[in-house]
Design a binder for this molecule. Structure first.
Ligand SMILES: [Zn+2]
Length: 186
């Protein structure tokens, strides 16, 4: 990490047009059937917790992150890029979704600066495995990923353990066209 920044004289040292933020959201129902498998969340398997229902493995946190990356890059969302039907057919993991999105970004010469994801759930206790989740997600994105969690204070489906939701944000950097990136779009 660079710890020294030269004073800004004249032109700014970075081009603000080459940075973009994006947001993502996802929610999945918790299965009534605990024996249907394990919960997959934040790229981790949570044994003893009922799985999420939906396309792929239902990893709402991975899907929110993937959508934040696509949102920042102006490339659409998981539905338009990978396709919800394709996910269903392949039953791919949240990790695979993120890897697919990261390779799309790499093709566009886009670098992930950092990302953050907040999980909204009653259980499991996300803090107990936060470091592990941050490591696996940071490794996949090749950028720092912060993980946090919030309970829903017994409100609605999330607060009563019937659903798990996640929100995410991401900051990306476009390479200028001279270095192989695509032209900036408004
Ligand atoms: Zn999803």
């Amino acid at each position: 990490m660079r710890d020294y920044y030269p004073p800004i004289v004249g032109k700014p040292i970075f081009d603000r047009r080459s940075y973009r933020t994006g947001i993502g959201f996802d929610i999945h129902k918790v299965s009534d059937n605990k024996s249907a498998g394990s919960l997959m969340l934040l790229g981790l398997e949570w044994e003893g917790y009922a799985p999420l229902i939906g396309h792929s493995d239902g990893d709402a946190a991975a899907h929110a992150l993937a959508d934040a990356l696509l949102s920042a890059s102006g490339l659409g969302d998981i539905g338009s890029v990978i396709g919800v039907d394709t996910l269903e057919a392949k039953n791919i993991s949240g990790e695979q979704v993120l890897r697919t999105v990261c390779s799309l970004l790499a093709d566009e010469k886009i670098t992930v600066v950092n990302a953050a994801v907040i999980v909204m759930c009653e259980a499991p206790n996300i803090n107990s495995r936060r470091a592990e989740a941050q490591k696996i997600l940071s490794d996949i994105l090749d950028a720092p990923v912060s993980v946090s969690a919030s309970s829903y204070n017994k409100i609605g489906d999330i607060g009563n353990g019937r659903a798990i939701a996640a929100q995410a944000s991401a900051l990306i950097h476009f390479n200028p066209p001279a270095f192989g990136g695509r032209p900036f779009k408004r």
